[in-house]
Design a protein around this ligand. Structure first.
Ligand SMILES: [Ca+2]
Ligand SMILES: [Ca+2]
Length: 265
């Protein structure tokens, strides 16, 4: 969705906006993560994290409410210097409809990928911008491979985004159930990641330990939806899958359950 997010065309399609007396310069760099181009911002008057904005060209035709995955490879000339993501969504009359920001990321002096899920939960918007803010400290910040993509279906269903984004474990320990969740990289079905649930105490209720993906998307009554996953476990372990639906006010409507016996593969 972003044009020139990899900075292979220099700094085309990107603008640096300095506010309130702060100062920085944006230049093309060859210190790339991939390809041969990156973007470098040198902050010469800093002191406020939100006043210098590396801003993308507007993304037009964004017409629905969704979740978006924002990612970038970033580094700084000193460890601990901060950067964060921001998305601005606009009304038709160009006024800002919604502004949302990620947590602050302390950067390192080597390239590392930073990831944020932007929830476009407001009404539909026609235009939005992706911004990187990086101006608390003076110095040089380098960026490459900035992207934003709409999450369709179940977000992070393949568990390839590091950090178990979108996955939650809920444990009802009223009758003694206990379990933990962790990222498992040693034996994924595909790729590099999977999610492992370690049930350490059981009760008689299969709903006491729930592995939950929090993606919300629109479904249409009367249509069929295919819900698939890969799972393994110890002998005689069994699981129940559940696909839940809610109305527009997040009130629970119904759920479809299925049960499966697992094996070790
Ligand atoms: Ca590049
Ligand atoms: Ca995987």
């Amino acid at each position: 969705m972003l044009v020139n997010g990899g900075f292979e065309d220099g700094i085309q399609n990107w603008t640096i906006i300095n506010q309130s007396g702060l100062a920085s310069t944006l230049t093309a760099s060859t210190d790339a993560h991939t390809g041969s181009g990156a973007a470098q911002v040198e902050v010469t008057v800093g002191g406020n994290l939100v006043k210098i904005n590396l801003t993308s060209d507007p993304i037009m035709g964004v017409s629905d409410t969704n979740q978006y995955l924002v990612r970038a490879w970033m580094k700084a000339d000193g460890a601990g210097k901060l950067a964060r993501f921001k998305v601005l969504a606009y009304n038709d009359d160009e006024s800002v409809k919604k502004s949302r920001s990620s947590d602050d990321f302390p950067l390192t002096t080597d390239y590392k990928e930073y990831i944020w899920i932007y929830n476009s939960t407001s009404e539909a918007t026609k235009k939005m911008e992706v911004i990187i803010q990086c101006e608390q400290d003076l110095g040089v910040y380098t960026f490459d491979d900035v992207s934003i993509q709409k999450i369709t279906g179940i977000a992070n269903g393949d568990v390839e985004i590091p950090g178990l984004f979108n996955w939650f474990l809920t444990v009802d320990n009223t009758n003694g159930a206990a379990a933990t969740m962790e990222e498992e990289t040693s034996s994924p079905y595909e790729g590099n990641g999977s999610v492992k649930v370690d049930v350490t105490a059981v009760d008689e209720n299969p709903a006491s330990v729930d592995l939950l993906n929090d993606t919300k998307f629109f479904v249409t009554a009367g249509k069929s939806y295919l819900f698939t996953f890969y799972a393994k476990g110890a002998a005689e372990d069994s699981i129940i899958s559940r696909f839940s639906t809610f109305d527009a006010t997040s009130t629970y409507i119904t759920a479809v359950d299925d049960s499966f016996e697992l094996n070790a593969d």
